[in-house]
Design a protein around this ligand. Structure first.
Ligand SMILES: *Cc1c(COP(=O)(O)O)cnc(C)c1O
Length: 374
């Protein structure tokens, strides 16, 4: 089965991991800080590595101080973790609808549901295309809230010349194998605000504080540290950070190949009937994480089944988050975000990854053309 996404591991990646395995530090060592510095070089703001993209969101919400009584506004067109991290901290998640073309959070829809209880607004850079951060920033600031960017798809993208990582107060990344770069499991949060970076580090390290300046008691001895707030062990080990640094060196190549494959799909699929190709925006330079087409005329399920039967591993991104029973049980109902539901009904992600060959891509196109009949 041709996958819809997969990792690319080269000899330098393997060498970096082997070197880490032979070093003194499997975890909590120097490769963690190195990977965090490498992320900062791409994302334009300091980074804290964590165990995956889901825990990155949990840590970001914890750092933002999300808790009971707070509202967190986000998009339903995302992986469930964008919402569940806030819900698990006791917040009420408010879903706002998406823009029809990009499938990103619609600032106008956010504006309509902001209240005095809005603590965080979380955008998702769907398929790698940054959300409309300038408009979201205005709404966030006037609400006195914190802007979070779930950038699991978009490390290396820019918006109006600014890198993803500098657009929100807190930006989260995932390094799962289907994403733009991988550490197996892994993630990071970057922030432009030093006080949030400090809170992220504390939370990621079981809440422990060692900095003498921050200790409440200083007369205990050299072994002494304090837990001042509860946290979790979300540390990413050196072995995986080594892979992350090696992968980040290839990010430019990854982005270029994904752009090339996207341009080929755009060209080869342009005249296929019953298909709508993904939107482009003039003010962003995205890394293309997904190639999300829309299958018209109610044929998405048929096209999905027939492509899978032909050995082509297409995917649907995403089931609207509030459709999951865990949200249904809380009273969320289908129909809440009609634009997102209409998008979901037609969406199909075609294979897109660095090592996808032109001939495999041609096979995807030909099979799709055969099904849709042209
Ligand atoms: C993958 C993904 C996550 C979760 O990342 P994991 O590393 O798989 O935990 C969160 N949000 C979005 C939009 C994602 O695509």
């Amino acid at each position: 089965m041709l996958p819809y996404g997969r990792q690319s591991i080269d000899a330098a990646d393997v060498e970096a991991v082997v070197a880490a395995l032979g070093s003194d530090w499997l975890t909590t060592g120097p490769r963690v800080a190195r990977f965090e510095a490498d992320i900062e070089a791409v994302a334009g703001a300091p980074a804290v590595t964590v165990t995956n993209g889901t825990t990155a969101l949990h840590a970001a919400y914890a750092a933002a101080g999300v808790g009971r009584g707070d509202e967190v506004i986000t998009t339903p067109m995302t992986f469930v973790a964008t919402a569940s991290g806030a819900a698990m901290l006791g917040a009420e998640v408010i879903f706002a609808d998406i823009e029809e073309d990009t499938a990103n959070l619609d600032p106008a829809a956010v504006d309509a549901v902001v209240t005095t209880r809005t603590k965080v607004i979380t955008a998702v850079d769907y398929a790698g295309v940054p959300a409309d951060y300038d408009r979201l920033r205005k709404i966030t600031d006037s609400a006195g809230a914190i802007l979070v960017g779930d950038a699991a798809h978009s490390i290396g993208s820019t918006y109006r010349g600014r890198p993803v990582g500098t657009l929100a107060d807190l930006t989260t990344f995932s390094f799962f194998p289907t994403k733009n770069l991988t550490t197996g499991e892994g993630g990071a949060v970057v922030s432009t605000r030093p006080e949030l970076i400090e809170r992220l580090r504390d939370f990621r390290t079981v809440g422990s504080v060692r900095d003498p300046e921050r200790l409440r008691r200083t007369d205990e001895g050299g072994w002494y540290y304090e837990v001042q707030e509860f946290g979790l062990n979300y540390r990413l080990p050196d072995v995986l950070c080594a892979l992350g640094s090696a992968q980040l060196r290839r990010l430019g190549d990854f982005k270029a190949r994904r752009a090339r494959l996207t341009a080929r799909y755009d060209e080869l699929l342009a005249d296929v009937p019953g298909l709508r190709l993904p939107a482009r925006r003039p003010d962003v330079d995205p890394i293309r994480h997904l190639y999300p087409v829309r299958v018209l005329d109610g044929r998405r399920r048929e096209v999905y089944d027939r492509l899978r039967a032909a050995g082509i591993g297409v995917q649907v991104n995403y089931i609207p988050v509030y459709w999951h029973p865990v949200f249904e049980d809380l009273g969320y109902r289908r129909g809440m975000c009609p634009v997102a539901e209409a998008f979901y009904a037609e969406e199909l992600s075609l294979p897109l990854f660095y090592d996808l060959s032109d001939s495999d891509q041609d096979r995807v196109v030909d099979t799709l053309r055969g099904i849709l009949g042209s």
